[in-house]
Design a protein around this ligand. Structure first.
Ligand code: GLV
Length: 331
């Protein structure tokens, strides 16, 4: 491994990850927490052997051109990699890695938090107190929906979807799911989960929770038509990627009472939040906190660093997205 390898980290990441990277080369870390503007990003990555990137950095042909031919890998500190043009990277022999596994439980906890918060009207209750309004307990105050014997519809039964289903089952929910690929029989048995078509899931679930990756097939998967299939008493939760939901259609469905409420950790044009959403009481909004625990963010940074170091050492990286690049390099 050349000890002069140049490693560019496009935003602050936890120190243990930076320390690891320092063992493998010269490390430049963007000094603050805001995303770099496109030109700043392109200037920063010039001459890098490895770029460690964050989920709002756009990795496309222009980025790869700016980096130069010596770029060997882009190690995204996220499980999702919809910010990366993977075919463009593969064409150039640039390895992409992500951080699956280490954020599964934290993200599932957050999804369950949203499910509880929206069905039990936590935000509304909190806002009521913060408005310092006069209130007294009564039988009909802020009544929500109990989860016991209700149905959770999991859209995308990967690791995070399964972990959410596990939690929901502990709360007494029945599980249905939709996914192009069935979960293993063992998982279906453990969770009592039944695979159904999306249409059936939408029309039968009391809570629809999204855990699919963002790709062409899932962009606006939950549009006006899909929302119209949901029960008027049902809730939508999205902790995956904003553009999976047509936000304008969601605002309309929430306004008109087409569905009962929504819990959102992600937005279509992050960090913008539709003004329409901010005006509604039946929606719980969070600023993309899915993996935001100290332990998880550290583990994500360290996994990205391990991927970067493996590439620089010519070793097998733990979590490649386009491993065909490695096979190509070996042949
Ligand atoms: C977070 O959203 C991630 O993809 O890791």
């Amino acid at each position: 491994m050349a000890d002069t390898a140049k490693i560019v980290v496009t935003r602050r990441i936890p120190e243990p990850a930076v320390e690891l990277l320092r063992e493998a080369g010269d490390v430049w870390v963007s000094p603050d927490d805001r995303p770099l503007e496109t030109q700043e990003l392109h200037d920063a990555v010039k001459g890098a052997d490895v770029a460690v990137t964050l989920l709002h950095d756009k990795i496309d042909d222009a980025f790869l051109d700016a980096a130069g031919d010596q770029l060997r890998a882009v190690c995204n500190v996220a499980v999702g990699f919809d910010n990366i043009d993977v075919p463009a990277a593969t064409r150039r022999g640039v390895l992409i890695t992500n951080t699956p596994g280490v954020l599964t439980e934290a993200t599932a906890d957050l999804a369950m938090t949203l499910i509880l918060a929206v069905t039990r009207r936590i935000g509304e209750g909190e806002r009521l107190l913060r408005r310092r309004e006069k209130w007294s307990w009564h039988m009909f105050m802020l009544l929500g929906m109990g989860l016991q014997d209700k149905t959770l519809g999991v859209v995308g039964m990967g690791a995070i979807g399964q972990s959410v289903a596990r939690r929901a089952k502990a709360f007494g929910m029945e599980i249905v799911y939709s996914d192009a690929r069935p979960a293993s029989e063992e998982v279906e048995r453990e969770l009592g989960a039944r695979r159904v078509e999306l249409d059936e899931l939408l029309s039968s679930a009391d809570v629809v929770s999204i855990h699919a990756p963002l790709m062409d097939a899932t962009r606006h998967l939950i549009n006006a038509e899909a929302l119209a299939q949901m029960k008027e008493t049902a809730y939508l939760v999205n902790s995956a990627r904003g553009p999976i939901v047509d936000e304008a259609a969601l605002v309309e469905a929430l306004r008109s009472g087409q569905i009962a409420g929504a819990g959102l950790d992600v937005f279509e044009n992050e960090p913008e939040v539709q003004p329409g959403l901010l005006e509604l009481d039946n929606v719980v909004l969070l600023p993309h906190l899915g993996s935001a625990t100290i332990e998880t963010r550290t583990a994500m940074g360290v996994l990205a660093a391990k991927n970067a170091i493996a590439v620089l050492r010519g070793e097998q990286p733990p979590t490649p997205v386009n491993p065909d690049v490695l096979e190509g390099a070996a042949s």
